[in-house]
Design a binder for this molecule. Sequence first.
Ligand code: ADP
Ligand code: TRP
Length: 331
Amino acid sequence: VPRILTGIKPTGSPHLGNYLGMIRPALAASATPGDHVSLYFIADYHALTSVHDRARMAQLVKEVAATWLAFFPNFDPARVVFYRQSDVPETFELAWILACFTSKGWMNKAHAYKAQLAVNEAARTDPDAGIDCGLYMYPVLMAADILLLDSDGVPVGKDQVQHSDIAQRINHTYGGEVLHLPEALVDDAVAIVPGLDGRKMSKSYDNTIPLFLSASQLRKKINSIPTDSTPPEAPKDPATSLIFTLYKMIAPPEETAALADRYRAGIGWGAAKAELANMLEAHLAAPRARYEELMANPDRLDEILARGAERARALAKPVMERVRRAIGIAR
Ligand code: ADP
Ligand code: TRP
């Protein structure tokens, strides 16, 4: 059964963009019966490149774990393995091995590093400013996550397909398939969710709709979307409305079509916002209740993650044995 692996970096409170862009597609994929196993993990050691506040780290890991579990209430452990990266120490052993087969020159081309380098060059500061070895090594750790579990598919962006080069170098050195080469599943179908200011919804722009606001905070958030002063009876173009775009991304097609007609006939912005808030509330009320329950029961959360880690480590074991044998460090 093919294994599809996804890492979730806990660097911010989950927002609507994360849900529509990542959680919902994951949910849809794991609902397809029997054709693959989904491996989802909280990439807490990836977050350590930027989160250096102890309480915040603990809080974000908890929030992200509770968010995913809130949307996967009764996941089938035969089809979904949900775990915390730091609970699978073999990851870091493999990362070191991979590092020994990764040339520094090749790492210079890695995306996260190059992005910071570009910032430094633009600011005419020291090119190494703000770049620690964790950021520099990010792709190696990511390759370890992927290769450790013999993943078959990884749904990542094009800029993140770096693991296969490293795996190929090891396979070439020792001959044969020491590491299993996965496929990068680049999904162009998932639309970018706009934020409250119209730019891409992102924690870096402070324009997000956090997933688990209270019902009244959620309404307030939606009401804060800026609108112009066109009178309620004036026809409005749904295609150019941010409020409509967000509605369309969550509502069923018939309801979307019906609301588009109301826009064209003339709808007040207050009413348009109420429609969006109602639709969001209908989607989020049940997950919110589950989320709050999990956040109030950290032991339950830890227990689920521990069970996932046990399963992930069982998958990692034969891979590590294979790798150690290949390099001559067998147990
Ligand atoms: P942020 O931009 O808030 O820092 P991340 O980069 O942590 O979000 O995103 C984690 C995942 O959530 C991404 O890989 C992507 O799949 C999804 N995602 C984030 N923001 C959006 C968005 N605005 N639209 C669609 N998907 C998004
Ligand atoms: N790099 C991903 C991100 O920034 C998170 C991640 C870590 C990941 N390891 C992974 C994703 C392995 C897919 C596979 O969001």
